[in-house]
Design a binder for this molecule. Structure first.
Ligand SMILES: *Cc1c(COP(=O)(O)O)cnc(C)c1O
Length: 401
């Protein structure tokens, strides 16, 4: 049976993941192109006036306007659905557009949300500033502690929001444990899965209701475009998210959708290879730094939970130096690895969160999240890990380690 965008799911649903990554969601035009076409069009024309009327009535599945539907964006959405095992997906203009739309689409003044404290800086801003300003009460807790979820969740809790592994502190949160507690009061669990990607972790299979992504990170994987996506069941995506998105407009451009769509073909290869590189680099750093956090190493306090939920440790680690001057001196001594606040690139990138990505949140909130002045976050790329180690080793010696 074909869905609204012309995809025949009875065939594609049975494909194995590697096949879905390459072929899932492909729509061919009359020219039979092998590589997916980029439809840079804002509108669509109709053979006769009645076709336009039928499309607006919803009796004809064709497209009407690219804020509502676009073939290239639809291909990306369908491929993401197949890779995530979700019923429905809407692509978004960026990761933050995805998080904002997900929360604003379902929360109203007077509602209550519980959020884990360890969130991406702008996600913390949504929880600490935007939602309270709009009359949504937010309780921020230590997401690692299931007892804290239990105490914070109330009868009027509508949403539980978390990120695991968290950016940049790499805290791991028990997805099934939180899902069970959220569902006990009828709340939805929303998981920001940017760090793990569907290759390493599938939150919907563990009880989450909605998965939201920054596709800017591993999904594009080459540091080119901003993009985002929200996935869930058809009732949430079509009846809750879509009215908000269609009328407010945080949609993904067809060009950016095409870039991410093509990148999904190699997502599994990149995530697995970069995770293997990260494990090598983390094993080296663990012997030299006073403290390192990488979910794939047994030295991570939640290593066992991380390995229950993810199939590898991921591409990101946190390095702890004594203070900001030592962390900055280490960054400045790197020659191959770039100082950059992005993550999920094929290039290895390292940043000082307290002065960059998490600069905008209060010092108190930073301390509460475990973001110290001496902490660095490093995203491992596709370079040869030996070259990375040969860059890190002299930089460590420069700062006396
Ligand atoms: C980067 C990131 C975001 C925001 O995504 P953008 O694409 O930059 O808007 C949200 N959550 C996490 C965990 C991220 O790493």
């Amino acid at each position: 049976m074909k869905n609204k965008t012309g995809h025949d799911r009875s065939i594609t649903r049975t494909w194995r993941p590697a096949t879905q990554a390459v072929r899932g969601g492909t729509l061919r035009s009359e020219f039979g192109e092998t590589s997916e076409a980029m439809f840079l069009t804002s509108g669509y024309s109709y053979d006769v006036a009645e076709t336009a009327a039928a499309r607006f009535r919803g009796d004809d599945a064709g497209m009407t306007y690219s804020r509502l539907q676009n073939p290239t964006v639809a291909m990306l959405e369908e491929r993401l659905c197949l890779m995530e095992g979700a019923e429905a997906c809407r692509a978004q203009a960026s990761g933050m557009a995805a998080m904002t739309a997900t929360l604003l689409a379902q929360l109203s003044a007077g509602d209550h949300m519980v959020a884990a404290r360890a969130l991406f800086g702008s996600c913390r801003w949504l929880a600490d500033s935007l939602l309270p300003r709009l009359g949504v009460e937010v309780t921020v807790i230590d997401g690692r502690d299931l007892g804290a979820w239990e105490r914070a969740i109330r009868k009027d809790t509508k949403v539980c929001f978390l990120e695991t592994p968290a950016n940049p502190t790499l805290e791991i949160i028990d997805i099934p444990g939180v899902a069970e507690r959220a569902h006990a009061v009828g709340a939805r669990l929303v998981v920001d899965n940017a760090f793990a990607t569907p290759i390493l972790q599938r939150p919907l299979d563990m009880g989450a209701d909605v998965v939201a992504y920054s596709a800017t990170k591993m999904m594009d994987g080459q540091g080119r475009v901003l993009a985002g996506a929200v996935l869930g069941d058809e009732a949430f995506i079509n009846d809750v998210l879509l009215p908000f998105q269609r009328n407010t407009g945080p949609i993904l451009s067809p060009f950016n959708a095409w870039v991410v769509l093509k990148s999904l073909e190699t997502l599994s290869l990149r995530v697995h290879h970069q995770s293997a590189n990260a494990l090598k680099v983390a094993s080296f750093l663990d012997t030299r730094l006073p403290r390192l956090l990488y979910p794939g190493l047994t030295s991570h306090p939640q290593h066992d939970l991380a390995m229950q939920q993810m199939t590898a440790g991921g591409t990101i680690m946190a390095l702890f130096f004594d203070d900001r001057p030592q962390a900055h001196a280490f960054l400045d001594a790197l020659e191959l690895i770039d100082i950059s606040n992005n993550i999920g690139d094929s290039r290895t990138l390292c940043t000082h969160p307290a002065s960059t990505t998490h600069y905008g949140i209060s010092e108190e909130a930073r301390a509460d999240m475990g973001i110290t002045e001496g902490m660095l976050r490093m995203s491992i790329g596709l370079e040869d890990p030996e070259d990375l180690i040969e860059d890190l080793d002299p930089a460590l010696r420069t700062v006396g380690l």
